[in-house]
Design a protein around this ligand. Structure first.
Ligand code: UD1
Length: 337
């Protein structure tokens, strides 16, 4: 029997890619999204790639009545919980709205799942839970916490809630996927990241600079203890990341308890390396200047990716060149989006 998977935040950058991979494997996919940071046209775009338009429920996951409506109408077997606010800087300005939104939606979701006997949950967590005190590469058994911003704390707190809940609930499976730095876009150029306003993250800033929307990229610091002095991150192609969700979901059907699993490549690239590869594979210029360090940034962050390989039999396939090519393809196709 085909399984039905609810994706909260399913119209967003990562959710849309997860929807594509699931549908291509024959899962039935339901999206729940209040479209606060995404557009309804993603449904038709997913449909053009996979041949099937997923059903979209335009609801707020934190609204219990609305969410109950979804569970009452659909036979849901598992949930991938991607809904949430995710802007680091904004979370520092508006901590209450971040705690209210991200924690409330998760608690409501868990309560409604309990009412409907749904016991499989994949949570969209982040490498940010490793905080500032652990040494790289990060392994899942390292202590989480000491986050540098409220956004990061919401991820940490939700992981803890899920751990406690899984412990108290027989047959419940909670898998926290700790994403490193998701970039890239679907090869079709039909789905990708649509940042609101001026991008905070590196790759969308690079693509917008190459497109002439931004004048130049500020490289935040070139005096880090790294080979070229710029910060290093574990960039992961969003399609690889989406496939990691499918692997985790398959695993969850025979799993009970709580797990945290890194989704990364296990390799770090510097800001200048990324810019260079981007210019090379795409034949475009990315003007940049060296700027002061950004508050709260780490020198180096990358995953130990061996747990995902061992438990889920999943590993990344795409290169930094693939990420740069697909990000640029998306930017060009959606210049007016
Ligand atoms: C940040 C968050 C992380 C969140 C992720 C995705 C922190 C500590 N980390 O990761 O929790 O999950 O975003 O939203 O806040 N850079 C530049 N110029 C730019 C932008 C970035 O040089 O204009 C550099 C940064 O200094 C860093 C690298 O590029 O070395 C990646 O930055 P970014 O894409 O913002 O991701 P993180 O800071 O790693």
């Amino acid at each position: 029997m085909e399984k039905t998977v609810l994706l909260t935040g399913g119209a967003g950058f990562i959710g849309a890619h997860v929807a594509v991979e699931l549908q291509q494997l024959g899962y039935r996919v339901i999206l729940a999204d209040n479209l606060s940071n995404s557009q309804a046209d993603v449904v038709g775009r997913i449909g053009r790639i996979t041949g099937v338009d997923p059903k979209l429920w335009d609801i707020d996951v934190a609204d219990r009545t609305e969410l109950e409506g979804v569970f009452a109408a659909e036979q849901i077997d598992a949930v991938v919980h991607l809904a949430g606010f995710k802007a680091v800087g904004e979370s520092v300005q508006q901590p209450l709205s971040y705690y209210r939104n991200n924690l409330d939606s998760t608690l409501t979701l868990l309560e409604v799942m309990a009412d409907y006997g749904v016991k499989r949950l994949i949570f969209s967590s982040s490498a940010t839970v490793y905080g500032a005190d652990n040494a790289v590469p990060y392994t899942e058994d390292m202590p989480a916490g000491r986050c540098t911003n409220p956004y990061g704390w919401t991820k940490c707190m939700i992981e803890q809630i899920l751990k406690d809940y899984a412990l108290a609930t027989p047959d419940f499976s909670a898998i926290c996927l700790r994403y490193f730095n998701p970039v890239g876009a679907h090869m079709s150029g039909l789905i990708g990241e649509r940042p609101n306003g001026i991008p905070n993250n590196l790759m969308p800033y690079v693509t917008q600079t190459a497109a002439g929307i931004r004048q130049e990229l500020s490289v935040f610091g070139n005096d880090y203890p790294t080979p070229d002095g710029t910060g290093m991150r574990d960039y992961i192609h969003v399609v690889d990341l989406a496939k990691g969700h499918v692997a985790a979901l398959d695993y969850s059907f025979a799993h009970t308890g709580w797990e945290a699993i890194n989704l990364g490549t296990g390799k770090a690239s510097s800001v200048l390396e990324l810019v260079q590869v981007f210019e090379q594979v795409n034949g475009v210029k990315v003007p940049y200047r060296i700027a002061p360090r950004r508050d709260g940034d780490l020198a180096v962050c990358y995953a130990d990716a061996s747990k995902a390989k061992k438990l889920l039999n999943w590993q990344t396939e795409k290169t930094l060149a693939d990420m740069c090519r697909d990000s640029w393809n998306w930017q060009k196709n959606n210049a007016d989006a």
